[in-house]
Design a protein around this ligand. Structure first.
Ligand code: HEM
Length: 463
C-alpha cells in the first residue's frame, strides 16, 4: 500500500519506481469537512477543501451565505453550458474586470458579446495557431540564452516563464511593439496586474465599499498601457501584415454580420488577452517543466519525441500537431495544477442544483482543482501520468476536465496557449537539464492563477 505523509503529502510506492505523486493538498478519502480545515481556505482556496468536494455531487459549507460547490457532471453542464444565461459571472465580477476589459469580450453581453466572440474566435482558430511557432521558439531561445549566461545556472523558473509568456505576448500579439518602451510597458503591466489582483481579493471577500474606490487608481496605471496599444493599433491598420495575432484580429469578422472590431474594442481586447493569457500560460509552463524535471521516464520520452518529430530543427508549425506525447504532458500538468483552479458564477434566479436549493444572487463554485483529482474519474488521481491523455485512452467526461472551462465562455485562447506551451516545453526540455527543487519546498498556491507558493528555484545546465 502507498504510504501517505501528512495531508495530501508525497506518496512513495514500492510497487513502481516510476510512480510520482507531486506535492499538493488533498484530503484523505472520507475525511469530512471540519471548521479547522475550512479556515485553511482563507489562505488558499484549494487548501482545506474537504473530501465531500472530491467525492460528492454538491456541497455547501455549513456556514450561512457560503457558495454551493457543484461537482456532478450534469450540474456543471447546466451551470456552464445548457443554462449559462441563468448563471452569469455577476455584477461584482464585471466591476472588477471593467478596468481591464472595458467594453471588450469578457464583459460584453448578448449580441455585443456574440459579435466580438465570433470575430475573435475566427482569429484564434486552432488551425492558425501553429503558424505562430517562430514567436514561441524565439521567446524560449531567449530564456535558454539567459540561463547559459548565468554564472551558476540558478534561476526561478516561475519568474522565467512569466518573462517567456510576456515576450510571446509582445512578439506574437503586439509584434509592432518595438516602437514603445518594453520595460516601461512591462512595469505598467505589473502595476496594473497588482491592482487587479487586489481587486480580485475584494471580490472574494465581497468588500464592495473597498472595491468601489479602486477603479480610479487602476485607470491611472491603465492610461499608459492603453496609449501604447492604441498607437500600435493605429500604426498596424495601414502597415503591411506581420503574421501575428494583431493581423488576425484586424482581419477578423463576425461570420454572420461581417463586422470587425472597432479600434476601441481592439485595444480593450488586446489588454484583456494579455491579462487572461499571461500568468495562466506562465504557471502551466512552470508546473509542466517541474513535473518533467522531476520524472525521468517522462523526460526521456519527451526528448525522444521532440528529436524524432523535428529531426533536431527548431519546433516549427508542422511539428506542433505531431508532438503528441508533449501535449499529453501539458494536459496532465494542467490536470494536476489547473491554472484556473475555480470557476465561479452567480445564480440569476431561484433554482436547485443536485437537490440543493439555490437562491437568486447566490454564488455557485465549480472546483476545477478537485474535479481533476476525483477517484471516480481518474485512476490513481494524484499521481502524474501523461498516458491518461494518450490518443488510445478513453476520454474523461467533458465536465470532469475543465482547464479551459466549458460552454459559451470557454477560453478563447486555448489553442494559442496549447501551441505556445507545447512549443516552449519541447524547446527547453531538449536544450537543458533542470535540477528541480526538493518536493518538500514545492506547493501550489491560489492567486490570479494556481502558482508555486515559493516560486520554482532550479539549477539549469545546458545539455
Ligand atoms: C494555460 C493558459 C490558459 C488557461 C488555463 C485559461 C483558462 C481559461 C478559463 C478557465 C476560462 C473560462 C473562465 C470562466 O468560465 O469563468 C478562460 C476564459 C478566457 N480566456 Fe483563457 N486561459 C488560458 C490562456 C488564455 C490566453 C493565451 C488567452 C488570450 C490570448 C485567453 C483569453 C481568454 C478570454 C478572452 C476568456 C473569456 C472568454 C469569454 O468570456 O468569452 N486565455 N480562460
Amino acid at each position: 500500500m502507498p504510504e501517505t505523509i501528512g495531508q495530501g503529502g508525497i506518496e512513495h510506492d514500492a510497487r513502481s519506481a516510476d510512480r510520482f505523486v507531486p506535492p499538493a493538498p488533498f484530503p484523505k478519502p472520507g475525511e469530512r469537512a471540519s471548521l479547522w480545515q475550512g479556515l485553511k481556505t482563507f489562505s488558499s482556496q484549494i487548501e482545506g477543501l474537504p473530501a465531500e468536494v472530491f467525492e460528492g455531487d454538491a456541497w455547501r459549507p455549513p456556514v450561512p451565505g457560503m457558495p454551493l460547490f457543484v461537482m456532478a457532471p450534469d450540474a456543471v453542464r447546466r451551470v456552464l453550458l445548457s443554462e449559462a444565461d441563468a448563471f452569469p459571472q455577476g455584477d461584482l465580477f464585471a466591476r472588477i474586470m471593467r478596468p481591464v476589459w472595458g467594453d471588450g469580450l469578457l464583459l460584453a453581453q448578448g449580441a455585443a458579446w456574440r459579435a466580438q466572440r465570433h470575430a475573435a474566435a475566427h482569429a484564434f482558430r486552432a488551425a492558425e495557431m501553429p503558424a505562430l511557432a517562430p514567436f514561441f521558439v524565439t521567446a524560449a531561445d531567449a530564456a535558454i540564452l539567459r540561463w547559459r549566461n548565468s554564472p551558476d545556472g540558478r534561476v526561478d523558473l516561475f519568474e522565467e516563464m512569466k518573462r517567456v509568456a510576456f515576450d510571446v505576448i509582445l512578439d506574437a500579439m503586439l509584434s509592432g511593439a518595438e516602437h514603445f518602451d518594453r520595460d516601461a510597458f512591462k512595469r505598467d503591466i505589473s502595476l496594473f496586474f497588482a491592482d487587479v489582483n487586489r481587486m480580485r481579493l475584494s471580490y472574494f471577500l465581497r468588500a464592495d465599499a473597498y472595491h468601489a474606490r479602486r477603479p480610479q487608481r487602476t485607470s491611472a496605471h491603465k492610461a499608459g498601457l492603453m496609449a501604447a496599444i492604441a498607437a500600435l493599433v493605429e500604426a498596424r491598420r495601414t502597415a503591411p501584415p506581420r503574421g501575428d495575432l494583431v493581423d488576425l484580429l484586424l482581419a477578423a469578422r463576425d461570420p454572420e454580420t461581417g463586422e470587425g472590431f472597432s479600434d476601441a474594442q481592439l485595444c480593450d481586447n488586446l489588454l484583456g488577452f494579455i491579462m487572461a493569457g499571461h500568468e495562466t500560460t506562465a504557471v502551466a509552463l512552470t508546473w509542466a517543466l517541474y513535473l518533467v524535471a522531476r520524472h525521468e521516464p517522462t523526460r526521456t520520452r519527451l526528448r525522444a519525441e521532440v528529436n524524432a518529430v523535428t529531426g533536431g530543427a527548431d519546433v516549427g508549425p508542422d511539428h506542433i500537431p505531431n508532438l503528441v506525447f508533449t501535449r499529453q504532458v501539458v494536459s496532465e500538468a494542467m490536470r494536476l495544477y489547473p491554472p484556473a483552479f475555480l470557476l465561479t458564477r452567480i445564480s440569476a434566479r431561484d433554482t436547485e442544483l443536485c437537490g440543493h436549493p439555490v437562491k437568486a444572487g447566490q454564488r455557485v463554485n465549480i472546483p476545477v482543482y478537485a474535479l481533476h483529482r476525483r477517484a471516480d474519474t481518474w485512476h490513481d488521481p494524484h499521481a502524474f501520468d501523461p498516458d491518461r491523455f494518450a490518443p488510445s485512452a478513453p476520454a474523461p467526461d467533458r465536465f470532469r476536465y475543465l482547464p479551459f472551462g466549458a460552454g459559451p465562455r470557454i477560453c478563447i485562447g486555448a489553442a494559442f496557449a496549447m501551441a505556445e506551451i507545447v512549443t516552449v516545453l519541447a524547446t527547453i526540455v531538449r536544450a537543458v537539464e533542470i535540477d528541480p527543487p526538493a518536493d518538500e519546498t514545492v506547493w501550489p498556491q491560489t492567486g490570479l492563477a494556481l502558482h508555486p507558493r515559493h516560486g520554482m528555484p532550479v539549477r539549469v545546465t545546458p545539455r
